[in-house]
Design a binder for this molecule. Structure first.
Ligand SMILES: C[C@H](OP(=O)(O)OC[C@@H](O)[C@@H](O)[C@@H](O)Cn1c2nc(=O)[nH]c(=O)c-2cc2ccc(O)cc21)C(=O)N[C@@H](CCC(=O)N[C@@H](CCC(=O)O)C(=O)O)C(=O)O
Length: 328
């Protein structure tokens, strides 16, 4: 079981560098930086982190094929790979509709767009001059001057929907699934397997990462309370099929959605119940978290990504996970 860590670049990058170095020193193998237009730039964050670490693999977790031309993303990843000494990974997903509505971007054929984007990025990173006349992606003789150290930069697909999961199995070296509970992986893994096999691969060729809301502390109740705000947002953004899978009280979901819209965080967070916390987070003492991680491993998850909030105290949580959760 591999362990990754996720950071949202919503605080000064120097602070993120400190946390990622601490994570590297505590046995985390992957660092994933989220990509949303309104936070600090993902590639500037990754550059600073690369210069302040020397082992941990790092990349966007996840970017999308709409806000940058594929050649720009390929150039950024090649540059990151060169300056990190071959440690770049590319996490890319379909992006989210709310963002594209805000930016006036049309969310055209997300599955097709992602497939074509990943195909041309791989060709560019392999040093090819690329002409491509796809349904969405068009290139006419594009080529990079910068060469990645690793010609096969691993590509992880951020996916949740069934078609996207199948596509991820087919085109990805890994899948990053925003989920924390075995039930979600029971549903996802057969789809990833189907996609992998349709591309002549085996399921074992795909790194299945649980991109989890994690909260670890010596005191279980403290860890639980720290997870509440993140779980409120996950509940509000979850599709009905996922909420029903976990028998979440739909009236409470509506109450949370309304409260978040109004900025009434007290009501929103106060409505989060234990069923929601069990469904959408991995929280507790290190011992409790180890048991929850074991269940994910049994179901076929191969990487656990400690996502926000990581713990009530990030620094303590990173050390606790390193010492008591990540196997020697
Ligand atoms: C497109 C969407 O895929 P989805 O995987 O469910 O999208 C939800 C999220 O995965 C997506 O918003 C991600 O970008 C969210 N996301 C992040 N999004 C961000 O913007 N930034 C991040 O940093 C980020 C991190 C992240 C990490 C893990 C993760 O799992 C997701 C993450 C969807 O609706 N899929 C459906 C329908 C697909 C579809 O549109 N099909 C159409 C079109 C087919 C075609 O495109 O050709 C059709 O069938 O006609 C499906 O998979 O079945």
């Amino acid at each position: 079981m591999k362990f990754g860590i996720e950071f949202v670049p919503n605080e000064p990058i120097q602070k993120l560098c400190y946390y990622v170095k601490l994570a590297e020193d505590n046995g985390f193998e992957f660092c994933w930086i989220t990509d949303h237009y309104n936070n600090r730039n993902v590639y500037m964050a990754l550059t600073m982190i690369a210069l302040n670490t020397n082992k941990i693999k790092l990349g966007p977790g996840v970017t999308n094929p709409y806000v940058r031309n594929p050649a720009i993303t390929a150039s950024a990843i090649a540059t990151l790979d060169e300056l990190s000494g071959g440690r770049a990974v590319l996490g890319i997903g379909p992006g989210d509709k709310a963002t594209f509505d805000t930016l006036g971007i049309e969310w055209v054929k997300p599955v097709t767009t992602l497939k074509e984007t990943v195909e041309v990025i791989r060709k560019l990173l392999a040093g090819e001059r690329v002409s491509y006349d796809g349904k969405v992606v068009k290139l006419a003789g594009a080529a990079l001057n910068v060469k990645p150290i690793n010609k096969d930069v691993p590509v992880y697909i951020g996916a949740q929907g069934p078609k996207m999961l199948e596509t991820a199995g087919a085109i990805g070296d890994g899948v990053l699934i925003n989920a924390s509970n075995p039930k979600d992986f029971e549903a996802a893994i057969p789809l990833i397997k189907k996609g992998a096999e349709s591309a002549g691969k085996k399921l074992e060729d795909v790194d299945i990462a649980a991109y989890a809301c994690m909260s670890v502390d010596k005191k279980s109740e403290k860890a639980k309370q720290a997870a509440v705000p993140v779980v409120a947002f996950i509940v509000a953004g979850s599709p009905e099929v996922v909420l029903k899978r976990h028998n979440i009280d739909m009236e409470k979901v509506e109450k949370i959605r309304e409260a978040l819209k109004k900025g009434d965080f007290g009501t929103a967070f106060g409505t989060v119940d234990d069923a929601m916390l069990e469904a959408f987070s991995i929280y507790g003492t290190p011992e409790e978290v180890v048991e929850k991680c074991k269940k994910l491993l049994e179901i076929g998850v191969t990487q656990i990504v400690a996502g926000s909030p990581i713990g009530p105290d990030k620094e303590k949580a990173i050390k606790l996970i390193g010492k008591k959760v990540i196997p020697e």
